[in-house]
Design a protein around this ligand. Structure first.
Ligand code: SF4
Length: 323
């Protein structure tokens, strides 16, 4: 599970360029869920995205899997802007980017057996015949290290970890180039979480799949992500190699997230050291730095000018006036 450092040597497979997503809010106001996001996913690598709930990370990945249309910006996949695709071209591009959801129990129909769940995408795209379903389902279950005889089980006869493996098998069915995992391990016990991550790392090595892994658990995601993006109030505030998170995170928000992890690990009897105040609403985001009301290093300029991402090292960008 050791992340590699040099992302610049890797091939970009997906680029989000100035992606913004706004939703109408009450009183004629606008909620800016994602604000000018620039991120790159590299072939065969994992991009982790962390941040508190409501930071915009789920909205961002829903744009990658084309469930939402960006208000502004482009998402280039293999050099093509997938936000402009329509009809059959859009349907075909969706094969290449698949998603694994947080709650597999809610994602599957309880009336469907595992054979139906994992082969449904292949049947929808008419890639296999009915007579080939059992063999294909068994092959997919082997890939995710589940017994072949699970093909005729129902999801409710399986554990949470087994159901999540079925979710991964279904995502693998169309041989995607990118799999987006939306809090895919958050509902699982820690030991089951670790085994699912080991499986994803193994699949990545075998098949060269890129993962976009969104998670609120920084300790977990930094353990296997090649690069980590930290989101706050719809903005990317820091991007850095996963291997440098513990030693070299610079943004005050990233550091606050880290201090919460380490204080928890060091002493379970102490109150978790965390950020004092609440994040402002994305509807009423203040001018200047989005983190200003929670930052103990806030300066005058932070209330007036929004900091943009600046490169401060190899694969390391920070949006903060301290840099
Ligand atoms: Fe804190 Fe200012 Fe940096 Fe924002 S720009 S994180 S307020 S120091």
């Amino acid at each position: 599970m050791s992340p590699e450092k040099n992302e610049n040597a890797a091939e970009a497979i997906l680029r989000a360029c100035h992606v913004t997503k706004q939703f109408p809010a009450s009183g004629g106001r606008t909620l800016k869920a994602c604000n000018d996001i620039n991120l790159t996913v590299y072939r065969g690598k994992t991009l982790g995205i962390v941040g508190e709930s409501g930071c915009g990370k789920s909205t961002f990945v829903k744009m990658i899997v084309q469930m939402f249309q960006p208000t502004e910006g482009e998402i280039l996949f293999d050099g093509k802007d997938i936000t402009k695709l329509k009809g059959e071209e859009l349907r075909q591009s969706r094969r290449k980017i698949q998603m694994v959801f947080q709650d597999p129990a809610a994602a599957f129909s309880p009336k469907m057996k595992i054979i139906d769940i994992v082969t449904e995408p292949l049947m929808n795209f008419k890639l296999i015949k009915r007579s080939e379903r059992e063999a294909k389902a068994k092959e997919l279950l082997r890939m995710v290290e589940l017994p072949e005889d699970f093909v005729y089980r129902y999801p409710h006869n399986m554990s949470g970890g087994q159901r999540q493996r079925v979710g991964i098998a279904r995502a693998l069915a169309l041989e995607p180039e990118i799999i987006v995992c939306d809090e895919a391990t958050s509902a699982l016990d820690v030991s089951v979480q670790d085994r699912i991550i080991e499986l994803l790392v193994k699949l990545q090595k075998e098949k060269g799949i890129s993962f976009v892994f969104i998670c609120h658990d920084m300790a977990l995601v930094q353990s296997f992500a090649h690069q980590l993006a930290v989101m706050y109030l719809g903005n990317i505030v820091e991007v850095l190699p996963g291997s440098e998170v513990a030693s070299n995170a610079q943004h005050p928000y990233t550091q606050a997230l880290l201090s919460a992890i380490f204080s928890t690990k060091m002493d379970f009897t102490k109150k978790i050291e965390s950020i004092e105040s609440e994040a402002p609403s994305p509807v009423d985001a203040p001018p200047g730095c989005p983190f200003q009301n929670r930052c103990d290093r806030c300066m005058d300029i932070c209330r007036k000018e929004k900091p943009s991402l600046k490169t401060i090292g190899e694969g390391h960008e920070v949006a903060c006036h301290l840099f």
